[in-house]
Design a protein around this ligand. Structure first.
Ligand code: SF4
Ligand code: SF4
Length: 165
C-alpha cells in the first residue's frame, strides 16, 4: 500500500461529510447502489447524502463505490501524489482540520445553533448564510463564529482545495 492509499485510510473526510455533502450517481450506477444503500432522487438522477452510510473507518462497499468516489482527489491527496507534501505533513493537515471542525461544532453547540443539514459540509454552507442574515452581527457569538468559519474555509481551500462558500 502506498502513501496515497494510507492518507485516505487515515482521513475519510470526503466520506464522513466534512468536505463533500453528497455523491451524485451516474444513471447506470443507480440499480446496483440501490441494492446496497438508501438513495435520494430518482432512477435518472440518483444521489446520496453524507455522512455516507457505507463509511466505517474505510469504504465498506469499495468494489462497488460510485464513479464520483473513485475519481475524487482532494488537493491534499494530489499534493502527496506529486511529492509536494510528505506523509507526516499530510497527516498533520488532516488532524488540524478535524480539530477545527470540532471547534466550530463546539461553538455551535454552546450557542444553540441548530442547522438542518446532516453533513458538516452542508452545515457550513448553512452557517455562512445564517451568519450573513443574522441581525446581531456585532455579538461576540456571531463574531467568533464568523472568524472560526472564515479561518476554516481558508484552511480547507488551501490544504484540501475545497471551499464551503
Ligand atoms: S479528503 Fe482527500 S485525503 Fe481525505 S480521504 Fe478524501 S481524497 Fe483522501
Ligand atoms: S461509497 Fe465508499 S468511497 Fe463513496 S462516500 Fe461512501 S464510503 Fe466513501
Amino acid at each position: 500500500m502506498d502513501d496515497t492509499e494510507n492518507i485516505c485510510l487515515a482521513c475519510g473526510l470526503c466520506c464522513d461529510g466534512t468536505l463533500i455533502g453528497h455523491v451524485q450517481l451516474k444513471k447506470q450506477e443507480t440499480p446496483v447502489l440501490n441494492q446496497l444503500m438508501d438513495l435520494e432522487g430518482d432512477p435518472d438522477n440518483g444521489f446520496f447524502l453524507h455522512p455516507c452510510q457505507k463509511y466505517c473507518n474505510g469504504c465498506t462497499i469499495y468494489q462497488n463505490r460510485p464513479f464520483q468516489c473513485k475519481s475524487f482527489e482532494c488537493g491534499l491527496l494530489k499534493s502527496v501524489e506529486q511529492g509536494k507534501t510528505d506523509f507526516s505533513s499530510a497527516l498533520r493537515s488532516i488532524s488540524k482540520l478535524k480539530q477545527k471542525r470540532k471547534n466550530v461544532e463546539k461553538s455551535m453547540e454552546v450557542w444553540g445553533i441548530n442547522l438542518k443539514s446532516n453533513s458538516f459540509y452542508f452545515q457550513m454552507v448553512e452557517l455562512e448564510k445564517h451568519l450573513r442574515k443574522e441581525s446581531s452581527h456585532s455579538t461576540v457569538k456571531a463574531k467568533t463564529l464568523k472568524s472560526q468559519l472564515k479561518e476554516l474555509n481558508l484552511f480547507v481551500g488551501k490544504s484540501f482545495g475545497v471551499f464551503f462558500y
